[in-house]
Ligand binder design. Structure first.
Ligand code: NDP
Length: 330
């Protein structure tokens, strides 16, 4: 059983992570927020024994780990604080707003010998696990292309810093392209080396993009299209991997809920693949436990968070320059 401190009285902690932490048998000890009233209200809503407004408040809570879900610009200082105290860290994506910050965070956790996980929940979807197996077993033949359809509608409650505050890490690329990078890396076993992107502002975001399309080239030669958006309530969400011997279609599998359908298409026809509906965040935490115990796991670690951020930054750079760019991971 691990004892967790929450850093950030956020929507994701409220709606998903408190429940997931408890569901895997851990305890949520308290929450830190920049706003005292919000901290207290959050703690009361979830019956947490502690609420605080400073990172130092965590010191007295006897915790093993922190879950960081503040705005993206704040993650670095909070993760460095936790690492310095020897607490394991589960950090939200994107783990930072710059690659330098991400490196410092990963290094600090490595130096402190604590686990740093990134909450890339999608790789814990049963669909992702099955696709990964099909790819690894060679069922699709030589892999040729991937398509990620990840344009959604950002609900009103979340139309704050994400669409108005670049410094906080807003914009659809930072928000969603990181997930797409992690999903493809988890499924394919490789990260893109080159990206070419276009972004647009379609009525919701101010001073930043709320829509982006990009092309990614992988070391194996596979090319992928990724589409991320905040303003399309009726767009289909899903992911496809195409090979010379088969294609796999995941429809509706890129949500917070464990939903959607998966099918394999090949010379034998179409086969529906049965999915389990395990809560993605709970499976993420189970993998976090395995990482803490030093066992094999599927957790996206700090390095995975750094690499998904690097891809998102390359997408933004490409859109800005109007040309293809090499993804810089170091
Ligand atoms: P929120 O906007 O809900 O929360 C972010 C911060 O905003 C909180 O830490 C809080 O600050 C502040 N805040 C929250 N509610 C209010 C309010 N009513 N008025 C003023 N400030 C408020 O963001 P999300 O929960 O959507 O995202 C938080 C992090 O989690 C981000 O890094 C995001 O990218 C990530 N995320 C990840 C998801 C996943 O599936 N992995 C899904 C959704 C988000 P304070 O810390 O001071 O309390």
């Amino acid at each position: 059983m691990m004892r967790w401190g929450l850093i950030g009285a956020s929507t994701i902690a409220d709606e998903w992570m408190v429940g997931a932490i408890r569901a895997v048998g851990d305890a949520v000890v308290g929450v830190i927020s920049g706003n005292e009233a919000r901290a207290r209200a959050f703690a009361q809503r979830h019956a947490l024994p502690q609420a605080g407004t400073r990172l130092e408040d965590l010191d007295a809570w006897n915790i093993d780990a922190v879950y960081v879900s503040s705005t993206n610009d704040k993650h670095e200082a909070q993760v460095l604080y936790a690492a310095a105290r020897g607490w394991h860290v589960l950090c939200e994506k994107p783990i930072a707003t710059t690659l330098d910050a991400a490196h410092r965070m990963v290094q600090a956790c490595a130096d402190a010998k604590v686990v740093m996980g990134t909450n890339h929940h999608l790789r814990h979807n049963s669909a992702h696990l099955k696709i990964r197996e099909l790819v690894r077993d060679g069922r699709l033949g030589r892999l040729v292309a991937a398509r990620v359809h990840h344009a959604v509608y950002l609900r009103a409650q979340l139309q704050g810093w994400r669409v108005s505050d670049k410094a906080a890490g807003g914009g659809v690329v930072m928000d969603i392209a990181v997930h797409n990078a992690d999903s493809l890396a988890f499924l394919l076993g490789e990260y893109p080396v080159e990206v070419q992107a276009m972004v647009s502002t379609t009525g919701m975001a101010q001073g930043m993009e709320d829509h982006a399309l990009s092309l990614w080239r992988f070391p194996s030669g596979l090319i992928a299209t990724t589409h991320q958006g905040f303003t399309t309530p009726y767009a289909r969400v899903g992911l496809e991997i195409h090979g010379t011997d088969g294609s796999v279609h995941g429809d509706g599998i890129l949500h917070q809920r464990a939903d959607g359908d998966l099918s394999l298409h090949n010379a034998e026809g179409t086969t529906a693949i049965t999915l389990d509906r395990t809560n993605l965040y709970e499976r993420c935490l189970q993998n976090f436990h395995r990482a803490v115990r030093g066992e094999p796991h599927h957790l996206a670690d700090g390095q995975a968070g750094l690499r998904s951020l690097a891809v998102a930054l390359a997408v933004l750079e490409s859109a800005h320059k109007g040309q293809a760019v090499t993804v810089r991971y170091a």
